[in-house]
Design a protein around this ligand. Structure first.
Ligand SMILES: [Fe+2]
Ligand SMILES: [Fe+2]
Length: 330
């Protein structure tokens, strides 16, 4: 694979500063984790937008205890996504960045930062499993028994493995890492904004976001360095596949969450057919409320902001394609 080493004093300066601050700011170094308590169940555990099924009349008819169980199952599901995705996806890809395995080389400081991110993420997975255990012991609610579903990073990586040309697979891994880290941070910020201050879910998000805000800025710098360091030929090749890649990242997880929700409703006592109908009617309504343009979706708009800020859209042919496919605004 051709390697292009580009001098980028900005990324190096940014990363050197990052490394100086990491010891003082990283959660793994400085934070005593929250402990979930019995009193946490008195307030809503998760924001309503995280589990739209709790607003379905047929679910509400089951009573408050059943709705609370569904909320705690959803809390488990959120933590399970973190426990798996941080390890299988982010930590592994950070290792590739630390080993400088992409067609654009990175300064040593950036490769060291990648290892601090891997450390942060492994700790997030560790803490997520601790909280899952506490939900089980404090509230007596176990996770829904279902084979692991695919998170957004799993879906993007599955696309890379099965659809990306062999010669571009490795480079699409760093693209996956940058987009996934950007989206995860925004997702957590949105959930924190909608959660009730002081409750367990809010504490869990605050701890996680202490590290993720820092990661998000780093990966924006990583994507800019990578994109601007590519040869024009390679930039064009990657750009041509970005719409397909973005579709896998943004929409690939949908069938998995539908299956998970059906299983959760069956666990509450619904017959499988009725559970499937309730989930379908809930998600159809949510989907229909959304605008027809992709970039009008708040989640897609987060990726659009990364595309613009990291200068991916400064490349004419890529910009035209992303505008034509509605991933970014004209
Ligand atoms: Fe994380
Ligand atoms: Fe992160």
């Amino acid at each position: 694979m051709p390697r292009i080493t580009k001098k980028t004093p900005d990324l190096d300066a940014f990363c050197s500063n990052y490394l100086r601050q990491w010891d003082k700011r990283a959660t793994v170094r400085n934070t005593e984790p929250y402990v979930i308590r019995k009193s946490d169940v008195r307030t809503y555990t998760i924001p309503p937008m995280m589990q739209p099924l709790t607003s379905e009349p047929e679910v509400q008819e089951l009573g408050k205890a059943a709705v609370r169980t569904l909320e705690l199952q959803t809390f488990h599901n959120f933590l399970d996504d973190i426990a798996r995705g941080e390890i299988d996806g982010v930590t592994v890809l950070c290792g590739r960045l630390a080993n400088d395995e992409f067609s654009v080389s990175f300064p040593n400081s950036a490769r060291q930062v990648a290892l601090t991110v891997a450390t942060d993420e492994a700790y997030h997975a560790f803490i997520a499993r601790k909280y899952m255990k506490e939900i089980e012991t404090v509230f007596g609610v176990e996770p829904v028994d279902l084979p692991a579903k695919k998170s957004l990073i799993d879906c993007a990586l599955a696309w890379v493995e099965t659809k990306a040309p062999e010669s571009l697979k490795q480079d699409f891994r760093v693209v996956t890492l940058c987009f996934a880290e950007h989206l995860i941070t925004h997702e957590l910020l949105d959930m924190k904004r909608d959660s009730e201050p002081g409750n367990a879910f809010h504490h869990v998000l605050s701890e996680h976001l202490t590290d993720e805000g820092r990661h998000q800025v780093f990966f924006e710098e990583v994507l800019r360095h990578f994109w601007t360091g590519l040869t024009e030929k390679r930039r064009k090749q990657i750009g041509e596949l970005l719409p397909e890649f973005l579709a896998a990242l943004h929409f690939g997880w949908f069938p998995g969450i539908i299956d998970w929700n059906k299983t959760a409703l069956i666990g509450l006592g619904f017959k499988p057919k009725r559970a499937a109908r309730i989930v379908k009617q809930c998600y159809t309504r949510l989907y229909e409320e959304k605008s027809s343009k992709k970039y009008d979706s708040p989640i897609v708009a987060h990726s659009e902001s990364l595309i613009v800020r990291s200068e991916v859209s400064a490349h004419g042919p890529t910009r035209k394609l992303l505008v034509d496919t509605e991933w970014i605004r004209p």
